[in-house]
Design a protein around this ligand. Structure first.
Ligand SMILES: NC(=O)c1ccc[n+]([C@@H]2O[C@H](COP(=O)([O-])OP(=O)(O)OC[C@H]3O[C@@H](n4cnc5c(N)ncnc54)[C@H](O)[C@@H]3O)[C@@H](O)[C@H]2O)c1
Length: 262
């Protein structure tokens, strides 16, 4: 039941599913949740990464940590995996959709395959997993919560990221819709909008001459964030400390989108 088990940072004791937990923000989120005693399940395409995250959660924090290879773009795989994950953790009262894909996709180069992959992984999967989690959340009880990862690209446009911008703007739309649907059941749904985070996803962009330096100069806090700086606000949104927050997005960008062009 929500409200039992882990008592640090107001975290319920129920298990949390973290997609994309084999790397980057997803891995740090799983570790942050394990730190407050929450059982975690990692879904990723990358078996080695998922297994390593689960081992880190167990070894560092002594929690139950399960991992599976699940392609979140495959709805039938999601439907098959949720019951197994609930059984492995004992309860499922949290979900973080951190699986994501990016890469250069300016209008000139976008094609059907790239569009579908981006929208299916970044956007559709979060909705389909949320749908399948309604029953497990009912069993876990009120206080169950979802955090979807959008981006500052969901708030503003980027020339080189047409499909990515569509997916991340879409995440904010479905977050608001799902939040309304699930509020009557006592479940909360929110999103985070990170700026630039030092993860493998951004590594190719950081290799472009001057990219990272320009980004840091434009950011009021003068740096990019670590994945842990995204994981801890996600943990807060999943906790009972955020009990009246639903249908909201939290921008975590070092002030980048707060500054004007002049
Ligand atoms: N890094 C950034 O600067 C940044 C900024 C804003 C938002 N985000 C978002 O944060 C989320 C996490 O990104 P990250 O930076 O940690 O990237 P990452 O590449 O380090 O991690 C993404 C993970 O998702 C997994 N994944 C990809 N497709 C999958 C699929 N079909 N099924 C299951 N797993 C799949 C990958 O294997 C990988 O482990 C993404 O939604 C990303 O768009 C990242």
């Amino acid at each position: 039941m929500a409200g039992t088990g882990g008592d640090r940072l107001g975290s319920p004791g129920t298990g949390v599913l973290v997609t994309g937990g084999g790397s980057g923000i997803g891995r740090e989120t799983a570790l942050a949740l394990a730190e407050v005693g929450r059982p975690v399940a990692i879904w990723d395409l990358d078996a080695a990464g998922a297994e390593e995250t689960a081992a880190l959660c167990r070894d560092r924090h002594g929690v139950t940590a399960d991992w599976s290879v699940v392609d979140v773009a495959d709805t039938s795989a999601i439907e098959a995996a949720v019951p197994e994950t609930e059984t492995a953790l004992g309860s499922l009262g949290g979900f973080v959709h951190a699986a994501g894909v990016s890469g250069p996709m300016a209008l000139d180069f976008i094609d059907d395959e790239l569009w579908d992959l981006t929208l299916n992984v970044n956007l559709r999967a979060g909705v389909m997993i949320s749908r399948v989690l309604i029953e497990p959340f009912r069993r876990a009880g009120p206080g169950s919560a979802i955090v979807l990862i959008s981006s500052i690209e969901g708030l503003y446009g980027s020339t080189f990221l047409t499909a990515y911008c569509a997916s991340k703007g879409g995440v904010l739309g479905v977050m608001r819709s799902i939040a309304q649907r699930l509020a009557s059941e006592g479940f909360r749904v929110n999103a985070v909008c990170p700026g630039a985070v030092a993860t493998p996803m951004l590594a190719p962009a950081f290799e472009l001459p001057g990219f990272r330096q320009q980004l840091e100069e434009r950011t009021p806090l003068q740096r990019v964030s670590t994945p842990d700086e995204i994981a801890r606000p996600i943990r807060f949104l999943l906790s009972d400390e955020a009990s009246f927050i639903t249908g909201a997005h939290l921008t975590i960008d070092g002030g980048l989108t707060a500054v004007t062009a002049i």
